[in-house]
Design a protein around this ligand. Structure first.
Ligand code: KG4
Ligand code: ZN
Length: 352
């Protein structure tokens, strides 16, 4: 089954054609990073407008790159939520229109499950990193880490996914982005911090490991504040000194050391909770998904701490993309009826 999938939950307009949940025929990702960079983060109104401008050309490009016409497309899939309302709306309206006018079944997909199912993709165009050789085996433990989410999930089958722990405040990617702002590094912060951390000394600043009551819960807002306090102290400033005036007072070496210290603390925290869940649930496969899964230090820390060989998805499939939506939609199509394209509503806040 060939599915044309659409993802517009945040600041990427992406369309892909994916076959049987595992093979990418085409994947187009139009990133708005350059547009939002000037504002230091995603501006929802601008994101929605940009989706409108590029949506149809991106659909056309995905079909052209797959060398397929509409007659070869079996179904349409779209991210229904969670995400930014204005952004989700453009993708959903496009998918509804295409499904209705082309008379194709329509499958709405949960964005986080999309991140999980990026790991079922084993074939596609050549990317810098290799595809996994085999698909995950249940039970699956998944750590999903992005700009909007941080959660541990347990999958017993394609129809049985549950969240065993989630962040009670900031998502880890959001914390990376906010810390990057304090250090005066460009958006998206995770990538900037990762790059700078390579030349930094992670033991120079001691940051506290966050504590939460729930065994598999996370919290990142305290860590972010601890970093801010440490920067204020290093600059000889008090707690009320504005965070956006701190970065010009820091040297490049201090920024690198703060980046390395923050990255190490955040990664060790994610890995320790994951290890705990691994020991309790004894999964056959471990999956890392979401934008922060692009972090190579996180991947190597997990590989060294978990007692099984982990195959990671290529980095391009970790950040938001439509191929992961097409992969999840295929497994939904095996057990779910398609929805009526005339009535599909978006779900900006959609707990799993
Ligand atoms: O999944 P995603 O593309 O969008 C959301 O659904 O949020 O994730 C984007 C997030 C951003 O917060 C970005 O800073 C973070 O992923 N990120 C990273 C790295 N690459 C992207 N965080 C840490 N290290 C990285 N290498
Ligand atoms: Zn995402």
């Amino acid at each position: 089954m060939k599915i044309l999938a659409i993802e517009t939950s945040c600041d990427e307009t992406s369309v892909a054609v994916v076959e049987n949940g595992c093979k990418i025929h085409s994947l187009v990702i139009n990133s708005q990073i350059d547009i939002h960079k000037a504002f230091g983060g995603v501006v929802p109104e601008i994101a929605a407008r940009s989706h409108i401008e590029v949506m149809i050309p991106v659909v056309k490009q995905a079909l052209d790159e797959a060398s397929l016409g509409w007659s070869n497309i079996d179904s349409i899939a779209v991210t229904q939520g969670p995400g930014l309302s204005g952004s989700l709306l453009i993708g959903a309206l496009t998918a509804r229109t295409l499904a209705w006018s082309m008379n194709k079944p329509l499958y709405p997909v949960h964005h986080i499950l999309g991140h999980v199912y990026a790991n079922w993709i084993t074939e596609g165009p050549a990317y810098p990193s290799p595809y996994p050789k085999s698909v995950p085996k249940f039970p699956v433990l998944a750590l999903i880490v992005s700009g909007g989410h941080t959660q541990l999930m347990l999958g017993l089958s394609h129809t049985d996914w549950s969240v065993i722990g989630r962040t009670s405040d900031d998502a880890v990617g959001e914390a990376f982005d906010k810390v990057a702002k304090v250090l005066g590094l460009p958006y998206p912060g995770g990538i900037s911090i990762s790059k700078l951390a390579r030349s930094g000394d992670s033991s120079r600043y001691q940051l506290p490991t966050p504590k939460v009551a729930e065994k598999y819960g996370f919290s990142f807002s305290g860590l972010k504040t601890a970093l801010l306090r440490a920067v204020q102290k290093e600059c000889g400033k008090t707690h009320d000194f504005p965070s956006f005036e701190l970065s010009p007072l820091l040297s490049d070496a201090q920024k690198a050391d703060f980046s390395a210290s923050f990255e190490k603390t955040a990664i060790n925290y994610l890995v320790s909770k994951t290890k705990l869940a691994f020991e309790e649930f004894q999964p056959k496969t471990f999956i890392l998904g979401g934008g922060v899964a692009a972090s190579l230090p996180l991947r190597s820390a997990l590989s060294s701490k978990l007692p099984l060989a982990i195959e990671y998805a290529p980095q391009i499939l970790c950040t938001d993309n439509a191929a992961m939506i097409g992969a999840r939609a295929y497994y939904q199509s095996l057990s779910e009826d398609p929805v009526d394209p005339r009535t599909l509503e978006i779900k900006p806040s959609w707990p799993l």
